[in-house]
Structures are given as structure tokens and as C-alpha cells.
Design a binder for this molecule. Structure first.
Ligand SMILES: [Cu+2]
Length: 245
């Protein structure tokens, strides 16, 4: 290619090659990433935001994490090197939370401001706890601005439809919500209630089947013990007959 020749002539090829090699080597984990303890729809999760480096060598002084709209309330873990602040915004339409309370505002963002800047060569992790929306397949993105002593990086890019997040230069930390695990707190409580309600009135479904299983295995053990006792008794009787005869 003529561009390559131009680079070579300018003596820039080694530099360009080094830049390409670096970008290939730099792992995605070096970005600001979000790793959920669980991604199951409706579950309570703790999402760890990792900061792998500063802004082109400059220490990190602040991290501002924007909360996606489908998440109502976020509780940030404290971090000894930062002051943590929560910003809220009014909801257009109040909603009712899992505890039956009316919610009129949501967490809009979480801001960690360093009391001691994070050196470029070190990583740090920030934890946010919240309930995932009941939206299997939805991708939750948390556009994050990393401010440094010099400059800032906006980890705010969200892939367009069909685009791979790996193609983005500064992707927003994100993860996809998976199928509900059935171990949640809100939804499953109501399911459990309705199950016990049905078992009172009509034929018990799951519970009765379980009880039946337990019952039959208990009967099985009882039978086995009875059988063994019978064998022993029979043996004793036989022994007695032998001695008497
Ligand atoms: Cu990176």
C-alpha cells in the first residue's frame, strides 16, 4: 500500500506497528468494566465497576456512573479513598416498589470523588447494589466519566444495533440481563403465596408431589427395616426349632 510506503519513508512505520501491537495487547479489562454478581432478571445484584488505568498516564480523581433508567434505586458501597455522592431525579410517574411503598424519585448517578487520586498503574473497584429490572435480554449500560488530574475519558459509547461493543474505543460499562433464576425476592414471594393458596383449596401441585416422594421413601425404609427384623426373627425361630428338635 502507498500509505505503508509513505509511513516507511517518514520513518513512522515502527511507531505505527507498535501502536497496533499495543491496541491488540491492551485487554478489554483495562477499560472501565461492569461485572454483576448475578445478571438474572429481577434479582438483587452487586455490580463491580473496575477502573484499570488513568487517563493516558494521569491519576484518576473522579468517577461518575450514570444509572440506566430501568433501574430505580442504587446503593453504592463506600470506598475509603473516595467520597461517594448519589444524585436523584424525579420520576415522571411514581411507581410502587417491592415493599409496597410509593417511589417518586430514582437514583440518576453515583459519583466517587477521590480523596487520594488513584495512580495510573493501579486498579480500583467500586460496588453498586440494586435490583435488576425484570427484563431478560435487555442490556444495561452505565455511561461513566472518568476524570483525571489531567484530562478525562468518557466511557459512554453504546453499541448501535448489530454493532459489537468490542469495536468501540471507549464503551460504556454494560452487561446483559439473563433469565430469572427463580430465587428472587419480590416475584417469588408472591408465587409461593399463590402456590400455598391453591394447595389449600384444590389438589396440591408441587408440594403434594414432594410430600408423596418423602412419604414413599419413608415407607421404603420402614419396609426395609421390617424386612430385616423379619429375617432376624425368622433366623432366630429357625435356630430355636433346630435346637429343640
Ligand atoms: Cu482500557
Amino acid at each position: 500500500m502507498s500509505t505503508a510506503r509513505t509511513f516507511a519513508r517518514l520513518g513512522a512505520l515502527p511507531v505505527a506497528t507498535a501502536a497496533i501491537a499495543l491496541s491488540l495487547v491492551a485487554p478489554a479489562s483495562a477499560h472501565v468494566t461492569a461485572t454483576p454478581s448475578t445478571a438474572a432478571a429481577g434479582a438483587y445484584t452487586v455490580v463491580t465497576f473496575s477502573v484499570g488505568h488513568g487517563c493516558e498516564g494521569s491519576p484518576t480523581t473522579k468517577l461518575e456512573i450514570q444509572v440506566p433508567e430501568s433501574v430505580l434505586s442504587v446503593t453504592p458501597s463506600r470506598n475509603p479513598f473516595y467520597d461517594v455522592e448519589k444524585t436523584t431525579e424525579k420520576l415522571a410517574d411514581p411507581v410502587t416498589d417491592a415493599h409496597g411503598n410509593e417511589v417518586t424519585e430514582r437514583t440518576a448517578s453515583i459519583v466517587y470523588t477521590a480523596t487520594t487520586p488513584l495512580p495510573d498503574g493501579q486498579r480500583d473497584a467500586f460496588e453498586l447494589s440494586f435490583q435488576l429490572p425484570d427484563a431478560e435480554g435487555e442490556t444495561l449500560a452505565f455511561p461513566t466519566v472518568q476524570t483525571c488530574e489531567e484530562g478525562e475519558t468518557g466511557w459512554t459509547q453504546v453499541p448501535a444495533d448489530g454493532q459489537d461493543a468490542d469495536e468501540l474505543e471507549t464503551p460504556a460499562p454494560a452487561f446483559e440481563i439473563t433469565a430469572a433464576s427463580g430465587e428472587g425476592h419480590g416475584d417469588d414471594a408472591s408465587t409461593a403465596e399463590s402456590t400455598s393458596a391453591t394447595s389449600e383449596t384444590s389438589e396440591p401441585a408441587g408440594q403434594a408431589a414432594d410430600a408423596g416422594d418423602d412419604g414413599s421413601s419413608a415407607l421404603g425404609w420402614a419396609g426395609l427395616v421390617a424386612g430385616l427384623l423379619g429375617l432376624v426373627a425368622g433366623g432366630l425361630a429357625l435356630a430355636r426349632t433346630r435346637t429343640t428338635s
